[in-house]
Design a protein around this ligand. Structure first.
Ligand code: BTN
Length: 268
């Protein structure tokens, strides 16, 4: 279904079913539908182009064909509901490691899961979508985690629509040279395998949460958190072991499970 035009299958240890599309509406949408038909844990979908790429909070995610890494992974994990955020954190952490290995850059994580360059501009975003009503005969309920990494686009602010000027950058812009998308994907999946294994145990999840804490630039920042129907302001002080954001406000400490964060003043 959808508007996929052609696909090319590859495999990597731990990920034996990697489907590469020239064009598709959304790799997240595709894997959610495949999951309803019984597709298993660790199927990967990658696209050169998305015609209806999805971003967080109902936004769209757009990039010119062949420029960025657009990839989703289907996960079927025995994960407590309250720890579901860690599935997307695992992908963000794996992507940060892969970017480091392929480019020497050291992206930081803005809660919940944006990867930012040292100058604070966005390099990548993560969108997790779960199908909790999926029929149980196919295994644990599917969670599809998609990430869009700005590899070759934007080349400069001139490429960006007015509202994004100064807010988004790419690996090519930051590293000063082109970056190979295929090598980056291999590296990302190489780092993701062990992260997925850690999601299976309480100790593994605690380790993942501490790695997230270490790389999360939101901690220590003055923030405004926009949630459906409410907004809070305060200082982000910590992440829980489930990866939720703890914010000290005038009305006391609040734990945020999902929301959009604006950094009002950086840490330190
Ligand atoms: C964000 O809003 O920051 C999250 C963006 C997530 C985009 C990726 S690209 C691959 C996958 N397929 C989609 O439709 N969206 C995600």
């Amino acid at each position: 279904m959808g508007d996929s035009s052609s696909s090319d299958s590859r495999s990597l240890p731990g990920f034996s079913d990697i489907r590469w599309f020239d064009s598709i509406d959304s790799t997240n949408r595709y894997l959610l539908e495949e999951a309803r038909g019984g597709a298993p844990h660790r199927v990967v979908a990658v696209a050169d182009h998305q015609t209806a790429g999805r971003g967080r909070l109902g936004r769209s995610w757009e990039a010119p064909p062949g420029s960025n890494l657009l990839v989703s992974v289907l996960l079927r994990l025995d994960l407590p509901a309250e720890a579901r955020h860690l599935a997307s954190a695992a992908v963000a952490l794996a992507a940060a490691s892969a970017i480091g290995a392929e480019t020497g850059l050291a992206p930081v994580i803005k809660w919940p899961n944006d990867l930012l360059a040292a100058d604070g501009r966005k390099l990548a975003g993560v969108l997790a979508e779960a199908d909790l009503a999926a029929p149980p005969e196919h295994g644990y309920p599917p969670i599809v985690v998609g990430i869009g990494i700005n590899v070759g686009w934007p080349r400069s602010d001139d490429d960006l629509p007015e509202g994004l000027v100064g807010q988004a950058t790419s690996l090519q812009q930051e590293a000063g040279h082109p970056v190979d998308r295929s090598a980056l994907l291999d590296s990302l999946l190489g780092y993701l395998g062990p992260r997925l294994t850690s999601l299976g145990t309480p100790e593994g999840r605690a380790g993942l949460a501490s790695d997230l804490r270490r790389q999360c630039v939101t901690i220590g920042s003055r923030v405004r958190v926009e949630m459906p129907g409410s907004v809070i302001e305060g200082t982000a002080t910590d992440l829980t072991d489930e990866g939720h954001l703890v914010v000290a406000t005038d009305g006391g400490s609040k734990t945020v499970v999902a929301g959009d964060v604006v950094h009002l003043r950086p840490a330190g």
